[in-house]
Design a protein. Structure first.
Length: 98
């Protein structure tokens, strides 16, 4: 049995700017250098966009897509299952434009 202990890197003093917010959706400006999702094996739980937003009081957010760690850009998140389903369906059908 192998046990791996990973220390999480310090959370940067980078705010996550909110671009749009309503009861179903949240759009944020993801800074480069942050994972979208928590990655405990890589040492990033709070050091992720979702983790940092949870620390600001946003609970249950579901990213509709991903953006690679070194890339900045607009990240769309849903606040409930109905909203994530609708948003992902629109993305898949190319009804969303950049």
């Amino acid at each position: 049995r192998i046990v791996v202990h990973v220390h999480e890197r310090a959370v940067p003093e980078v705010p996550i700017p909110i671009i749009y917010e309503d009861e179903d959706y949240l759009a944020v400006s993801k800074p480069s250098g942050l994972d979208v999702f928590a990655n405990p094996s890589g040492g990033s739980v709070r050091l992720s966009v979702v983790g940092m937003l949870e620390a600001q009081g946003y609970e249950g957010l579901m990213p509709a897509h991903r953006i690679d760690k070194p890339v900045s850009g607009v990240l769309c998140l849903a606040r409930n299952k109905r909203a994530i389903s609708r948003l992902q369906r629109c993305i898949k059908r190319r009804k969303v434009s950049k």
